[in-house]
Design a protein around this ligand. Structure first.
Ligand code: SF4
Length: 423
């Protein structure tokens, strides 16, 4: 029987210029600038999904969007259309520069927005692979990321190498990795300068370790102190108050717009087409880092044209928020089970504090960090498919397995195991 031993952890993230091959085709990722896409751009994405990929737009953790199942022959045309519509940079180096994720809860032109724009421009200018090579440094690891938040700090718990935020008192904060310390600067210019210096130091320093180069900044910070002169001009706090307002779930009242989710974090392309077509072309639909969307109110709150209602999640109590799944059958040739439909069927049976991820095989693609339980399919020597059920996280022992019968009794078995106190 297959086991989670075969899980492949990739050291980089896909982009438009550097798509990633998955079992079900190529993944092409778009990184919305300052978390924002216009309705017109969403229309383009919906069309491309239906033309060149699986007819869904996947929302990723940290607020990217991606098309999945792209055939290799379609990659050049897809890239050209993404560039033409402003969804991807025409410059490959800009696309390969580290990602800057941004809170969606900013007002255009406010301090958080200005900080994110300044950091994004600096990342392209100083931290692209080519820019670093000119400074005799290697490229940053593909998973290196920076994040910009507003004074509410709702992204406080997100994993990122550098956290920057506009603080309530008018200063700008910078925290390195997951460290319990932070620096406060008088201007966004100084905060950005310090962030770039730390990132450059990391790019150089990680290559000097005898062992494998550190993949994340916090790995290196355990043993080394960053050489970044701009940090010297900041107020330094050794203990970073562990606070933050936390995520907002779909349907949560919000003065800036309507928060909506999509089942399993996958937006149905025709449903998006209907939504975007019903809005002015320039209106913004922002991505959140929690796999949901923020449809901005323009001048005044107005009803959002949510047709295809079953394709959207508009209540924070929607049971479908308790499940996730990989592509599964029939989309992925590796899959032994229809993971997505099974996840949606079992969602109603889960407890409020549970999050179940169902995977079509032991690779556990797209396993979310907040999953509490997993079910993955494997086969034995006779070809019989088994469902392995257990808590998420590192496995100390083989998970209990039940025969897969492609019937509702499978769901009943899973439900019983999830509620087993000895699991
Ligand atoms: S985990 Fe799912 S998507 Fe990934 S290879 Fe297995 S079946 Fe395919």
């Amino acid at each position: 029987m297959s086991s989670p031993d075969s899980i492949q952890i990739r050291g980089w993230c896909p982009s438009t210029w550097r798509p990633m091959q998955a079992q079900d085709g190529w993944i092409v990722r778009v990184r919305p600038h300052c978390a924002s896409l216009t309705a017109a751009q969403w229309l383009v994405l919906a069309k491309l999904a239906q033309t060149h990929a699986a007819p869904q737009i996947e929302l990723t953790r940290l607020g990217n969007v991606q098309l999945r199942g792209v055939h290799e022959s379609a990659l050049p045309a897809l890239r050209s259309e993404l560039i033409a519509s402003g969804l991807a940079p025409a410059d490959e180096q800009a696309d390969l520069a580290p990602a800057v994720h941004c809170t969606p809860f900013y007002a255009t032109g406010d301090r958080s927005h200005a900080l994110a724009q300044a950091l994004s421009a600096a990342a392209v200018r100083y931290l692209s692979p080519l820019a670093l090579r000119k400074q005799s440094a290697g490229a940053l690891p593909g998973k290196f990321g920076m994040l910009v938040d507003d004074p509410e700090r709702r992204l406080r718990s997100m994993s990122s190498d550098l956290h920057l935020w506009a603080a309530h008192d008018g200063s700008y904060g910078l925290a390195l990795g997951q460290a319990d310390e932070c620096y406060y600067f008088e201007s966004d210019e100084h905060a950005v300068q310090a962030a770039i210096q730390v990132a450059r130091w990391f790019a150089r320093e990680r290559m000097t370790s005898a062992a494998r180069p550190a993949a994340r900044l916090h790995h290196l910070l355990k043993s080394r102190t960053p050489n970044a002169p701009a940090l010297g001009a900041a107020r330094h706090y050794a203990i970073w108050a562990n606070e933050g307002a936390g995520p907002l779930r779909p349907g949560t009242p919000n003065p800036q717009g309507l928060l909506i989710g999509a089942p399993l974090g996958r937006v149905d392309a025709p449903a998006m087409q209907k939504l975007a077509a019903g809005l002015p072309a320039h209106s913004e639909i922002r991505v959140t880092p929690w796999k949901s969307l923020l449809v901005l109110h323009e001048e005044s709150p107005a009803p959002v044209p949510l047709r295809h209602a079953s394709q959207w999640i508009t209540r924070p109590t929607d049971m479908r928020l308790r499940v996730s799944a990989c592509t599964g059958a029939p989309g992925c040739p590796q899959a032994h089970i229809p993971a997505q439909s099974m996840a949606l069927q079992i969602a109603d049976w889960l407890l409020a504090d549970q999050h179940l991820h169902i995977s079509g095989c032991a690779k556990l693609c797209a396993l979310p960090a907040d999953a509490t339980h997993i079910v993955f399919a494997g086969t034995d020597a006779s070809g019989q498919v088994w469902l392995n059920t257990g808590p998420a996280g590192p496995q100390q022992r083989p998970l209990p397995a039940t025969r897969y019968r492609a019937s509702s009794s499978d769901l009943h078995d899973i439900q019983q195991q999830l509620h087993d106190p000895h699991l």
